[in-house]
Design a protein around this ligand. Structure first.
Ligand code: ATP
Ligand code: MG
Length: 495
């Protein structure tokens, strides 16, 4: 859907017939409101968000130039276009100057011409809005170097984009380069990565860069459905194929013909469903439940999993042949904590996105707060960072910086310290080798507890400890929690 649909025009026109026919003509592209007097127009502007005013200079209570002079002050971002019978150059120029009107148009004017003008006027407004934002960013980044007091973060110098993915790390650059290659082929793609790392976004990008982009991208979560339902979602069914099948249903594989089907959480499907999927991948044919006929369909499969499928194959929980079929290309998105370079660009990106969304002006992110974000292990990955920023933007006042006081409890507890500095402190601190190694051990355990939100069985597994062994270390190093489930205070004690 284009953004055009959401733009609103206000037609101020005394003649109801002209007003209605103009509105009819323009409403295919815009939302159109009408007013027959200046007073009515002000009332509408007070209630509605309007993008452009088209004012026909024949309304009873006010002259166009006066109306626009005031509108310029009260609603500076609304584009102003004046329709007038006047053909006199100097009068027209005067109006343009006095009320900063975008265009003065002599009437009568053919509607197609008017529409063209409106399109251009709104495009040019959008361009100047973007220009303003960019200049503001530039100013801010200058400030970062000259104004130490303000503690601004250095705004992103270098970041990359792949479709909607934003990143700065080499690790992501590598993944996206491979994804671009995958996009030019028709092979299945398997995307792996922890929850919230951007698997679906990457899948959409692969589709968007492929020759199938004009055809549908349809997603199916395979984790939540019992076999029969999943079968019918993907392959379709005939009426009466099972209880509740009251009519024929086109499956996703046929509905997406020519396009891409995204199979999310593919690791969760049952062994028998794995067989159906394998057969489909080999033959490209679907047979709806309860039907005798098969039908050919051309779809590209992109599958995703939170769990490494290779390990499931080794454990005998996933078919090896299906795994090999699915991973025509294998893309693994690293967790956010392993690509700390991405945190700043993502935080900036989400700040801009949500500030714009909620029509707020956010000055930037303080250095202190960025350090805090970079020190946090983000178990929920990019999704968690996005939610955090979104919340902070809504809490910040107009024109303010996002600072540590807006952080959620989880994040506020993190004690950021330069990693290198931490190492140096440890090496140069007093004590025997044994004591230093124990301090390091306490730090590793603390960080891992934070990463898994204090879930001790996961932490024990990750660190190769027994539950009891982990509990002993927590006691020994006095790693306190405030309440069950809360992350610990990072207070490694000395034994
Ligand atoms: N590199 C990125 N740039 C911008 N936004 C991102 C990036 N990575 C993830 N996101 C955003 O983070 C959120 C989670 O992404 P997505 O749904 O693709 O993750 P996922 O790996 O599919 O998660 P899950 O495993 O929980 O299904 C989305 O809102 C997405 O837009
Ligand atoms: Mg997902």
């Amino acid at each position: 859907m284009s953004t055009r649909d959401e733009e609103t025009l206000l037609i101020v026109e005394a003649d109801p017939t002209i007003r209605r026919s103009l509105a009819n003509y323009l409403k295919t592209d815009y939302r159109v409101l009408g007013a027959k007097t200046g007073a009515e127009a002000w009332a509408t502007l007070a209630k509605e968000k309007v993008d452009l005013i088209l004012f026909d200079d024949g309304v009873a209570d006010v002259k166009g130039v006066e109306f626009f002079r005031e509108a310029r002050v009260r609603y500076p971002d609304v584009v102003r276009i004046l329709l007038t019978e006047s053909r006199e150059y100097s009068a027209v120029m005067n109006i343009i100057k006095e009320a900063a009107v975008y265009q003065v148009i002599p009437t009568p004017c053919p509607p197609w011409h008017l529409r063209l003008l409106i399109d251009r006027a709104l495009e040019s407004r959008e361009l100047s809005r973007r220009h303003r934002m960019l200049s503001r960013d530039l100013k801010l980044s200058d400030g970062a170097f000259h104004n130490h007091k303000a503690h601004l973060t250095k705004l992103i110098r270098e970041s990359y984009e792949f479709d909607k993915l934003v990143f700065a790390s080499d690790a992501m650059l590598e993944v996206c380069n491979l994804a671009r290659k995958a996009a030019t082929t028709d092979l299945p793609v398997l995307i792996e990565g922890e929850t919230g790392t951007g698997k679906e976004l990457l899948a959409r990008a692969v589709h968007g860069f492929s020759e199938r982009k004009a055809f549908p991208f349809l997603a199916q979560n395979c984790g939540a459905l019992p076999d029969e339902l999943l079968q019918s979602e993907l392959f379709g069914h005939k009426r009466g194929a099972f209880t509740g099948a009251v009519s024929d249903r086109l499956g996703l594989f046929v509905a997406a013909d020519g396009g891409t089907v995204f199979l999310d959480e593919v690791s969760e499907v049952s062994p028998s469903f794995q067989v159906s999927l394998l057969r489909f991948l080999q033959e490209g044919e679907v047979k709806p439940l309860g039907s005798e006929k098969t039908r050919h369909t051309s779809v590209r499969i992109i599958a995703a999993s939170n769990r490494p499928i290779k390990e499931l194959v080794a454990a005998g929980a996933f078919r090896k042949d299906l795994y090999y079929r699915l991973r025509g290309f294998e893309l693994t998105i690293p967790p956010l904590r392993n690509r700390v370079e991405d945190i700043a660009v993502l935080a900036e990106h989400f700040t801009r996105k949500y500030a714009e969304f909620s029509n707020r002006r956010i000055a930037g992110i303080t250095v202190q707060m960025m350090r805090q974000l970079q020190a946090y292990p983000f178990p929920g990955n990019v999704r968690e960072l996005e939610t955090e920023i979104r919340r902070m933007v809504s809490l910040a006042s107009q024109g303010e910086f996002l600072s540590t006081e807006h952080l959620s409890d989880d994040l506020a507890k993190v004690v950021p310290q330069d990693l290198r500095q931490k190492e140096m402190n440890l090496i140069h601190s007093s004590g025997t080798l044994k004591q230093k190694v124990e301090r390091l051990e306490a730090q590793v355990v603390t960080q891992t507890l934070l990463r898994f939100r204090w879930n001790q069985s996961k932490v024990a597994k990750e660190l190769g400890l027994s539950r009891v062994g982990l509990a002993n270390k927590i006691r020994r190093y006095k790693l306190a929690t405030t309440s069950a489930g809360d992350p610990p205070h990072a207070q490694p004690g000395r034994s």
